[in-house]
Design a protein around this ligand. Structure first.
Ligand SMILES: Cc1cc2nc3c(=O)[nH]c(=O)nc-3n(C[C@H](O)[C@H](O)[C@H](O)COP(=O)(O)OP(=O)(O)OC[C@H]3O[C@@H](n4cnc5c(N)ncnc54)[C@H](O)[C@@H]3O)c2cc1C
Length: 481
């Protein structure tokens, strides 16, 4: 935390850069910037405590202002924490060492929509939904549809390597980006090469994608777009077992049928969530939604083959009605009254692995967590929603309905569960996370995940940000020095 004289000097210099009204110092304003969607800061607020807050918040309007703020942070050796929409679930925006939060929401312009190249250049603080509405008016779409589209920003999509609900066909955020403009930790403004696929040495672009503000601040991005599809279809199936559903998904991916979505719910989620949220009465089995889009004839063919695969595996075809029901309600799963919320303790532990490991990973994690935390009546539920030509992601969650009330005891239990969950994923061939990122929540496990490869990430951090001013305490990196 800053001393009051130092605070005043920094506030004056920041006001010089952006104007007095764009430097926030009131506690009520700063409070907002201490909480994202991570359970920890929300639990502290729930228990009447104040989470770590930034000393002040600055809202620049131009990339030059961002660069000047970064240079200032280096002069005073103060932490600088980028803020997009604050919808992250990993505590990535938490100012654990105090400092200045840099809110990017005024960098919200669409610079150019290029219809011929089917690309958009937009600033990083632009809200995802606003971007999508403008693209739709031009017959185009950025096919990244996270459930947080109304609050997340373009920069946040890229900073966390996010996945939208149609990622199975269109890829993750990192697959849609051609180029970025970025402010380095020393204040230099750089632009990566105009295209992502080349042989001009290693891909520098991808070093900054997923770095969650540790290597630089993304200020602008060029993204590839798609035309709005001529035809879109969804269909639902009920499989006798989860295993059969996983096999159907594997075959569809290996046969390259290009489904937009394969969403397979495990049995507990089928009975609880599908019934409760979609109102579809299912008593047993594993519920699956599949979708296709594009040219009608292609969609026809792809869907026909997918149907045959599902039938070969004994699935009950529930038709397109329940499929559309899911599409229309796809975001409701995450918001009141259906989303996970207090007083529960909960966490989404998404991981990804190759097809040969997925079933073992799911069952091992479920049995290990439910057995270890039997006294807390821990529930483990999952669905499988982002598929690749080599494997699949499991969006698995733990829920404890009656956690300890004491914040320290609650946090200790929470961290213990996370350690066991991530270590079990890694042992079974999975990785730390698939699309929510690392943030503060998983920072302590980064060295374990990467082993001696972590020296590559750490070496880059030391070289690019020797004083560790950018988002300290995240990604396994230490405090500002
Ligand atoms: C209800 C709900 C549903 C969600 N569903 C999805 C989903 O379907 N798919 C998905 O991928 N995620 C989902 N998320 C998680 C979250 O919305 C994403 O991680 C999103 O990409 C974060 O964007 P943001 O702009 O809110 O970033 P923030 O939360 O503001 O920041 C996240 C991290 O990125 C850094 N950062 C932000 N902007 C920049 C920048 N311009 N340059 C450098 N670093 C930056 C921050 O410092 C922080 O470390 C969901 C969250 C909620 C609350």
């Amino acid at each position: 935390m800053m001393q009051s004289l130092q605070r005043q000097m920094i506030e004056t210099e920041l006001a010089d850069i952006v104007g007095r009204e764009y430097v926030l110092t009131d506690e009520a304003d700063r409070m907002i910037y201490g909480v994202d969607y991570f359970w920890l800061p929300r639990m502290l607020v729930d228990r009447g405590q104040i989470p770590p807050l930034p000393d002040m918040v600055v809202l620049p309007e131009t990339v030059e202002q961002v660069a000047a703020i970064v240079r200032l942070a280096n002069v005073y050796r103060i932490p600088l924490i980028p803020w997009g929409g604050g919808s992250g679930s990993q505590g990535g925006i938490m100012p654990v060492y105090g400092g200045v939060t840099l809110d990017l929401k005024r960098l919200n312009r669409i610079v150019n929509i290029n219809v011929q190249a089917q690309t958009v250049i937009a600033q990083a603080g632009l809200n995802g939904y606003e971007l999508e509405c403008e693209l739709n008016r031009n017959g185009l779409t950025l096919p990244h549809y996270p459930a947080s589209v109304h609050s997340a920003t373009l920069g946040g999509y890229l900073a966390c390597r996010g996945s939208g609900v149609l990622s199975t066909k269109y890829g993750k955020a990192e697959d849609m980006v051609l180029s970025i403009q970025l402010v380095l930790p020393n204040g230099d403004i750089i632009r990566t090469l105009p295209v992502p696929n080349h042989a001009a040495g290693p891909g520098v672009l991808q070093l900054f994608i997923g770095a969650e503000g540790s290597y630089g601040i993304i200020t602008e991005a060029t993204m590839r777009l798609e035309s709005l599809p001529q035809e879109r279809r969804f269909r639902a199936f009920l499989f006798g077992t989860l295993s059969k559903g996983l096999e159907a998904g594997r075959r569809m991916m290996l046969e390259r049928l290009q489904p937009t979505v394969i969403r397979l719910y495990d049995e507990p989620s089928t009975i609880k969530q599908v019934k409760r949220i979609l109102g579809i009465s299912v008593e047993e089995g594993a519920y699956m939604i599949i979708g296709f889009d594009g040219w009608r004839e292609m969609v026809e063919l792809q869907e026909r083959r997918a149907l045959a695969i599902c039938q070969e595996l004994g699935a009950n075809d529930l038709g397109s009605g329940p499929g559309w029901e899911w599409w229309n309600q796809r975001y409701n799963f995450y918001f009141p009254p259906y989303g996970l919320d207090f007083p529960w303790m909960f966490g989404t532990m998404d991981t990804v692995c190759t097809f040969d490991n997925i079933e073992n990973l799911y069952w091992t994690k479920k049995k290990t967590l439910e057995a270890t935390y039997e006294a807390w009546k821990l529930q483990y539920i999952a669905h499988f929603s982002h598929w690749y030509p080599w494997g699949v992601m499991v969006y698995d969650r733990f829920i404890i309905e009656e956690p300890p009330q004491d914040p320290q005891k609650a946090l200790a239990l929470h961290n213990e569960i996370w350690n066991l969950a991530v270590r079990t994923s890694i042992t079974c061939g999975g990785v730390l996370n698939e699309h929510h990122g690392v943030g503060l929540k998983l920072a302590r496990l980064m060295r374990e995940q990467h082993g001696s490869t972590f020296q590559v990430l750490e070496g880059l951090k030391c070289k690019l940000d020797p004083h560790n001013v950018l988002n300290p305490g995240k990604m396994g990196f230490g405090p500002t020095s």
